[in-house]
Design a protein around this ligand. Sequence first.
Ligand code: FES
Length: 114
Amino acid sequence: MSEGIRAASVDDVEPGEALVLPLELSRTDEPISLFRDDDGTYYCLDDTCSHEDASLAEGWIEACEVECPRHASRFCLRDGTVQCLPATKDVAAHRVEVRDGDVFVFPGVPPDMD
Ligand code: FES
């Protein structure tokens, strides 16, 4: 498997914050974002809410969920599943690995659910 894409250093994103990856870096058609939960764990999801056009990276991150800043749908950071209306569709989740102080993402690869 590929080594993934180095998206950030571990300290680049504070707990409760997110970082939209430049498309040149992610090489994805749509933006993906790195989310750091309030416990410090990193996750990666498609950035655009499945309801309308809003950046989830601008949302509220807490307890393994991100709340859309526009109409407050929440998505699971682990697997992108939608948790409440008005969104009804999940967003894609991507694998993340932290190695030697750096955060790597694997666009298009499902997250490890261990
Ligand atoms: S745009 Fe995200 S819930 Fe409406």
